[in-house]
Write a protein that binds this ligand. Structure first.
Ligand code: FES
Ligand code: FES
Length: 174
């Protein structure tokens, strides 16, 4: 990891400020990415603002809603709670990077649509990422396992029943 200190002189007051920078090298949805970033950049800012991947949503911003979930080295993490610097050398998958075996829609994306588990859709990317992590770890997850696995994801529209049936239905295709 390379840290360096940048010196910035503003035109307005010529005041000198020091800002820590780092060079991030990682993989995003299978592609190698290298960026120079402020060390204060959060992972969700890196994803949405620097990479322009707007599928990952920011809800609460404090680890309570699960809307910002992404996969880092296969584990679901709240990107609002992680700094971009922590991604160094790791593999990030966002909702845009989830694909089916044929390169089309991922089985969970299909079953969420089929079961009507998407309403306003704000929570959906996070729910799909959480479900993907859950089924990768436990392909035979029971309804109770699914309910437990999705406790960190809030949805105010669906009542969760359709979400759970969508995850159940996707089990055989993952
Ligand atoms: S925005 Fe990250 S958990 Fe709510
Ligand atoms: S579909 Fe609207 S918050 Fe879940």
């Amino acid at each position: 990891m390379i840290f360096r200190t940048g010196i910035r002189v503003t035109e307005k007051n010529k005041k000198i400020t020091h800002r820590a920078k780092f060079s991030l090298k990682c993989f995003v949805n299978g592609e190698k990415v290298e960026r120079d970033l402020d060390s204060s950049r959060s992972l969700i800012e890196f994803i949405r603002l620097d990479l322009g991947l707007k599928g990952t949503k920011e809800g609460c911003g404090e680890g309570e809603c699960g809307a910002c979930l992404v996969l880092v080295d296969g584990k679901a993490v709240n990107s609002c709670l992680m700094m971009a610097v922590q991604l160094q050398g790791k593999r990030l998958i966002t909702i845009e990077g989830l694909k089916g075996r044929d390169g089309g829609l991922h089985p969970l994306q299909k079953t969420f649509m089929e079961e009507g588990a998407v309403q306003c859709g704000f929570c959906t990317p996070g729910l799909i990422i959480a479900s993907e992590a859950l089924l990768k770890e436990n392909p035979h997850a029971t309804v109770e396992d699914i309910k437990r696995g999705l406790t960190g994801n809030l949805c105010r529209c669906t009542g969760y029943e359709k979400v759970i049936s969508a995850v159940e239905k996707a089990k055989t295709d993952i």
